[in-house]
Design a protein around this ligand. Structure first.
Ligand code: NAP
Length: 280
C-alpha cells in the first residue's frame, strides 16, 4: 500500500474501499471483510449510505486492530445544524463501534455548512475526529472555507476518473493543501462501451491488467487517492492489485487525453442536480 501525506501530517492510504450502494447488511459486512482481508486499510462510508452499522460489524469481526484502519464517514446536510450534527456524529461512532474517526467529511456544500464545520472542529479538538474534510466542493467553496476555518480541511472527495480528471481544479487543491480523493474512480455511470476502448484494452494487455486497474493506476500516479467499490470478492482483489506496475510518461499523456471534464455525479454547479439532490 502507498500513502498520501496529508497537510496535517497524517498518512492516508492512497487506495481505500468504497461502500456506496452496499445497502444489504450481510453483503456489506462480507464485502468490507473481503476488502480488509485483501489489504485495504481505508474504508469509506457515509451516514446517508445506511451501512455504518454493517461496516462496524465487519471491522469487529475481521479482528484487524482499529488503529490499522483509516475510517472515513460523511455528515449529510440535513444534520448540519449544531445539535443535529453532534447527534449524528455520536450515532456514527456508535454504529461504527469506535471511539474515534480518522476523518469526517461534509458530504455536500449545501445548507449550514459553517455550523456543521464548527461542530466538526469541536470533535477534532477533543481528539474524536483526527482530520476534517469535505466532499463535492468546488475550488471557490474551498477557498471560502479555508478562509474562515479554525481547523483546515485536508481532503476533498470528488468525482474523478479518466473522463473527469478535474485538471482545472487540481492546481487549486494543491495550492490550498487539500488532497483529492476520487469517488467513482472507475467511472461508474459511464456507458459500457467506454471500457472497451481499444487503447485502454491494449494498455491493459501490455501489463496483464484490466482496464479498471489501468484507470486506478493512472489516478494514483497523478497523486489522486482512490476508493473503488465492489461487492464481488474477485473484483475487490483485482482493484487493489495496482501497485506492481508503472505506466510510462507516454501512456500517462495518452490517458490524460481521455479527459472530457464531464462529471456525471458530482457537479455542484449544475442547479438541476442540486435541486434533485436537495429533494432527496
Ligand atoms: N462523496 C460522494 O458524494 C460520493 C459519491 C459517490 C461515491 N462515493 C464513494 O466513492 C466510492 C466509489 O465510487 P462508486 O461506487 O460510485 O464507483 P466506482 O468505484 O467507480 O465503480 C463501482 C462500480 O463498478 C463495478 N466494479 C467494481 N470493480 C469492478 C471490476 N473490477 N470490474 C468490473 N466492474 C467493477 C461495481 O460493481 P460491483 O459492486 O457489482 O462489482 C460498481 O457498479 C463509493 O462506493 C463511495 O464510497 C462518494
Amino acid at each position: 500500500m502507498e500513502y498520501l501525506t496529508l497537510a496535517n501530517g497524517m498518512q492516508m492510504p492512497i487506495l481505500g474501499f468504497g461502500t456506496y450502494l452496499i445497502t444489504d447488511a450481510g453483503e456489506c459486512t462480507r464485502s468490507v471483510a473481503a476488502a480488509v482481508e485483501n489489504g485495504y486499510r481505508l474504508l469509506d462510508t457515509a451516514q446517508i449510505y445506511g451501512n455504518e452499522a454493517a461496516v462496524g460489524e465487519a471491522i469487529r469481526a475481521c479482528g484487524m486492530p482499529r488503529e490499522e484502519l483509516f475510517l472515513i464517514t460523511k455528515l449529510w446536510f440535513d444534520s448540519y445544524e449544531p445539535a443535529a450534527a453532534r447527534r449524528a456524529i455520536g450515532e456514527s461512532l456508535k454504529k461504527l463501534g469506535t471511539d474515534y474517526l480518522d476523518m469526517v467529511l461534509l458530504h455536500w456544500p449545501y445548507g449550514d455548512t459553517y455550523a456543521a464545520w464548527r461542530v466538526l472542529e469541536e470533535f477534532h479538538e477533543q481528539g474524536v475526529i483526527r482530520a476534517l474534510g469535505v466532499s463535492n466542493y468546488t475550488p471557490d467553496r474551498l477557498v471560502d472555507l479555508m478562509h474562515f476555518h479554525r481547523v483546515a480541511p485536508v481532503l476533498n472527495q470528488i468525482e474523478v476518473n479518466l473522463w473527469c480528471q478535474r485538471q482545472t481544479e487540481r492546481p487549486w487543491q494543491e495550492k490550498l493543501g487539500v488532497a483529492i480523493q476520487a469517488y467513482a474512480p472507475m467511472g461508474r455511470k459511464r456507458p459500457p462501451e467506454y471500457f472497451d476502448d481499444p487503447v485502454l484494452v491494449a494498455m491493459g494487455r501490455k501489463y496483464n491488467k484490466s482496464v479498471r486497474q489501468i484507470m486506478l493506476r493512472f489516478l494514483i500516479q497523478k497523486g489522486v487517492a482512490v476508493i473503488p467499490k465492489s461487492v464481488h470478492p474477485e473484483r475487490i482483489r483485482e482493484n487493489i492489485q495496482v501497485f506492481d506496475f508503472t505506466l510510462n510518461a507516454e501512456e500517462m499523456s495518452v490517458l490524460t487525453a481521455f479527459d472530457r471534464a464531464e462529471p456525471l455525479i458530482g457537479d455542484p454547479q449544475n442547479p438541476n442536480r442540486v435541486e434533485r439532490l436537495l429533494g432527496m
